[in-house]
Design a protein around this ligand. Structure first.
Ligand SMILES: [Zn+2]
Length: 538
């Protein structure tokens, strides 16, 4: 192994002798916080060639996994040096000895903090050295920085740094290109292969946007840049293998066609809803059958929104993939157990997965509705609300999404859940979201909504410690919160945004005690997967 990228583990000594008993127990508990879930999907709609592609995609995904290990930590074989089985397991879950759900705190004795630079940069680089280093490609998503023989910084393209792995990936892609029959998929795979070889992903992102008819999808490559804490500049390798849920995707596209009509009935002053939403939104439902690399580390995503390249977005827009089975996993393993603690027994029947799925999906849809420009010349809503823009946009998407779900139920368009289901599941969803605090903008949005709806009598907390929805009051309260948010956004009223956040955007003492009860109930925090061809049934 290249000395430059040798395991970060070797930077710390005394690694093998680790973990006091108490620490060990806590690691066992932290492993248990990841609930197992089998990743599978209905494969009966796939064509023969698609079924042949999946095993090849799995091989490529496994290479993405190895590459991500190299990028974020070093050699996964270091796990063998860890004697304790739970610690070893936790090391694999986190792709290294730092707890990703706990702000990357080290969980092995004598391991220091996670280096901001991971392996994207030399370990001894300083921000000053980086900023004075003169190379136009130093900030590229697809380069690493290394030191030359004389110790000076040099820039190395991913295609060279990871040459062996990329060569294998391209050989596998050649096999896949020969098998693929769908022209969109074939073209995407050809363009993606070129991208791996050249580190220029634009054409392959365009090809991915143009792939409309394939029953399967393969998101693969260096994609997100959050793992690089030094500059958020370097892309991490990952892969998702996905099977499209055709029936639900069709249903969703029918609803998207209705958006201009829905925009007209959203509850707010007419002057805030003059904007006409697009109907070309590319929102589809998938089941994931394989996660690898970055997306498999720590907490798991339940939706994909790509591509990140603004140039591609300007030409083609973006695609949103709702990952239904991962949502189901989080619902079954986390949300349902939470609602058993906090939702009144007689209303628990109204907490169900279909309602959760519609609420989460229409949250996304609702981002595209409402108001974008202020009505009083303060420019865009984002510009006017400045630091508060994200909380209010998330608050809008939450409540407007719920309003749309209720509306579609009323219209007989959504038939598999009731309004009671939508609202009760929505409240239970807030408990899930703010369980570990509400410091970020989405947490603030959740708490503003929770406290507002409670104030309006949409639900109450009983002496028995359970929350009960008052279904008579719920819809008026939802409408009233919608109209308040759209007013703040439409007026671009920054002062009012701050004032309302102060009044509503916090976890009160009573709720905090209830959330403490949830956390004492040892309910999982996230999910991990049993996955592979066997689990898929291939
Ligand atoms: Zn959102």
């Amino acid at each position: 192994m290249n000395k430059m990228i040798s395991s970060l583990l070797f930077l710390v000594c005394g690694f093998a002798c680790f973990a006091q008993n108490s620490q060990k127990n806590s690691i066992q508990a932290r492993v248990a916080e990841y609930a197992y879930y089998d990743l599978k999907a209905d494969m009966s709609g796939l064509t023969d060639d698609e079924k042949q592609l999946i095993p090849i995609f799995v091989k490529i995904a496994d290479i993405m996994d190895q590459l991500f290990w190299k990028q974020t930590y070093g050699d996964p074989a270091d796990a063998k040096k860890i004697k304790d089985t739970y610690a070893r397991d936790f090391f694999m879950i986190n792709y290294g000895p730092w707890d990703r759900l706990d702000d990357n705190q080290p969980f092995l004795k004598d391991v220091g903090p996670k280096p901001d630079m991971c392996n994207y940069y030399p370990q001894d680089i300083t921000p000053e050295e980086y900023s004075t280093y003169d190379d136009p490609n130093k900030g590229s998503l697809y380069t690493v920085l290394r030191r030359d023989e004389e110790g000076k910084l040099k820039t190395v393209w991913y295609r060279d740094e990871y040459k062996d792995e990329i060569t294998q990936v391209c050989a596998l892609l050649d096999q896949a290109i020969n098998i693929a029959k769908d022209p969109g998929m074939k073209n995407y795979l050809m363009e993606r292969k070129k991208a791996f070889e050249t580190d220029e992903y634009y054409d392959s992102d365009i090809a991915w946007m143009d792939m409309k008819n394939s029953n399967i999808d393969f998101v693969v490559g260096p994609i997100e840049n959050y793992d690089d804490k030094l500059n958020e500049a370097k892309a991490s390798y990952e892969a998702f293998i996905l099977v499209r849920d055709q029936e639900r995707s069709n249903e969703l596209s029918k609803f998207i066609q209705m958006l201009p009509e829905i925009q007209k009935i959203i509850p707010c002053d007419p002057k805030y809803k003059t904007f006409v939403p697009g109907t070309s939104s590319d929102l589809n439902v998938y089941n994931v059958v394989y996660y690898a690399g970055d997306c498999n580390a720590g907490g798991k995503t339940i939706a994909i929104n790509l591509p990140n390249d603004d140039r591609v977005q300007a030409v083609k827009g973006a695609r949103r993939l709702q990952l239904r089975n991962s949502m189901q996993a989080k619902f079954d393993k986390i949300m349902l157990p939470i609602s058993k603690v906090l939702i009144a027994p007689e209303q628990q029947q109204h907490v169900n997965f279909d309602a959760f799925f519609w609420n989460v999906t229409f949250h996304e849809v609702a981002h595209g509705l409402g108001v974008k420009e202020t009505v009083n010349g303060r420019g865009s809503v984002d510009d006017a609300l400045m630091t508060e823009k994200t909380s209010w946009e998330e608050a809008k998407a939450d409540i407007l999404g719920l309003f749309i779900v209720c509306h579609l139920i009323e219209q007989g368009e959504i038939t598999n859940i009731t309004m009671e289901d939508a609202v009760t599941t929505f409240i239970a969803g807030i408990f899930r979201s703010v369980r570990f605090g509400a410091a970020d903008s989405h947490g603030t949005a959740n708490m503003m909504c929770f406290n507002y709806l409670k104030k309006m009598g949409a639900f109450s907390r009983g002496e028995d410690g359970y929350y009960r929805v008052n279904y008579k009051n719920a819809l008026p309260a939802i409408k009233s919160w919608c109209s308040k948010i759209l007013m703040v956004q439409g007026e671009g009223n920054y002062k009012l945004a701050i004032k309302l956040k102060g009044e509503l955007g916090f976890i009160g003492a009573e709720l905090q005690r209830d959330l403490d009860r949830v956390n004492e109930a040892k309910i999982p925090r996230d999910i991990r997967f049993n996955q592979g061809l066997k689990v898929m049934g291939l």
